[in-house]
Design a protein. Sequence first.
Length: 99
Amino acid sequence: MEFSPGALELTTFLEGRITNFKTTLKVDKMGQVLSVEDGIIRVYGLKEIQAGEMVEFSSGVKGIALNLENENVGIVVFGSDTAIKEGDLVKRTGSIVDV
């Protein structure tokens, strides 16, 4: 199959963009919701999170990490958990909640 000159230029351009793509996403700062039960959210991931650290769910809802276990983190939600579902992403904020 022969490419037209325009298609060849586009292919070269896209290959260059893909080769030079860089991301700053740090997986250790992200987690994924495993379960939602009565305002307690179990999350897989969030490596090195600290007790009392604030997190933010993909829905914008915030919570606090309280129960740090080997395989998951227990998070108490500030407000309603109805906007949070299994599979949602959670990110660390780096802020420790001070009351």
